[in-house]
Design a protein around this ligand. Structure first.
Ligand code: NDP
Ligand code: ZN
Length: 184
C-alpha cells in the first residue's frame, strides 16, 4: 500500500517530468510545473482539502491536455479515480478554442465534487496570473475577458467549497480593481 505522502510526491514527480520542457505564458516564462503545484496547494491550504485523489488530480490536471500523457498511463500509475477526475477537467483539444471555452461553462455544473474544486482552484491560480503576471502580449481587454469567462465557469462550481469560492471572489475583485481602477 502506497503511503499518501509518497502518492503525492509520485504525482508531483510525474507531472514535473511530463511538463519539463514547458513554460507558462508570463513574461518570465516560469516553469509550467509551478502552476499545477499552485493549484494543489490552493486546494490544501485555502480549501482544506485532504482527499488524495483531488490533490493528485490537481497536480496532474494539465498532463493529458498539454503533454503526451494518456489516460491509460494515469490509470496504471495513479488509479481510475485520479484518471477520471483529470478527464473531467481536460478540454477536448480537437474542438475550436471558442467551443472549448463555451463547453467549460456548460459542463461546470455537471462536474463531480472533486472536479469542481480543482476547477475553482485552477481558475483562482489563472486569474491571479492574469492580474499579476499576464502574458506580455495580452491587452487589458483580453485580460478582462478572461476574468469574465472564469467567473462564468466558477458560477457552475459554486457549492463545492466555500473557502475556495471566497478566494475566487476576492481574487476576481482584485483583478477588476487592477484592470478597471475606480476613478478617485
Ligand atoms: P488562452 O486560452 O490562449 O490562454 C489562457 C490559458 O493559458 C489559461 O487558461 C492557462 O491555462 C494558460 N496560462 C499560462 N500562463 C498563463 C498566464 N501567465 N496567465 C494566464 N494564463 C496562463 O487565452 P484566452 O482564454 O484569452 O483565449 C481564448 C481564445 O480567444 C483563443 O483562441 C485566443 O486566441 C482568442 N483571442 C482572444 C482575445 C481576447 O481579447 N479575448 C484576443 C485574441 C485572441 P492552464 O490553466 O490550462 O494552464
Ligand atoms: Zn490549469
Amino acid at each position: 500500500m502506497t503511503l499518501p505522502t509518497t502518492a503525492l510526491l509520485d504525482a508531483i514527480h510525474f507531472a514535473a517530468t511530463k511538463h519539463r520542457d514547458q513554460r507558462r505564458k508570463d513574461p518570465a516564462a516560469s516553469p509550467y510545473i509551478n502552476h499545477p503545484i499552485r493549484v494543489a496547494q490552493l486546494l490544501a491550504s485555502t480549501g482544506t482539502v485532504t482527499d488524495l485523489v483531488t490533490l493528485q488530480g490537481a497536480l496532474l490536471h494539465d498532463t493529458v491536455e498539454d503533454t503526451d500523457t494518456t489516460p491509460d498511463e494515469l490509470t496504471e500509475l495513479f488509479g481510475p479515480e485520479v484518471q477520471q477526475v483529470v478527464a473531467e477537467v481536460t478540454d477536448d483539444k480537437s474542438l475550436p478554442k471558442g467551443d472549448r471555452k463555451r463547453l467549460q461553462i456548460e459542463h461546470a455544473p455537471h462536474l463531480s465534487h472533486r472536479a469542481k474544486q480543482i476547477k475553482m482552484a485552477d481558475k483562482i491560480a489563472n486569474i491571479q496570473d492574469v492580474t499579476l503576471s499576464p502574458p506580455a502580449d495580452w491587452s487589458a481587454q483580453r485580460r478582462q475577458d478572461y476574468l469574465d469567462w472564469s467567473e462564468q465557469v466558477v458560477a457552475g462550481c459554486r457549492g463545492a467549497n466555500a473557502a475556495l469560492e471566497a478566494l475566487f471572489d476576492q481574487s476576481l475583485a482584485q483583478g477588476r480593481q487592477v484592470l478597471e481602477p475606480v476613478a478617485s
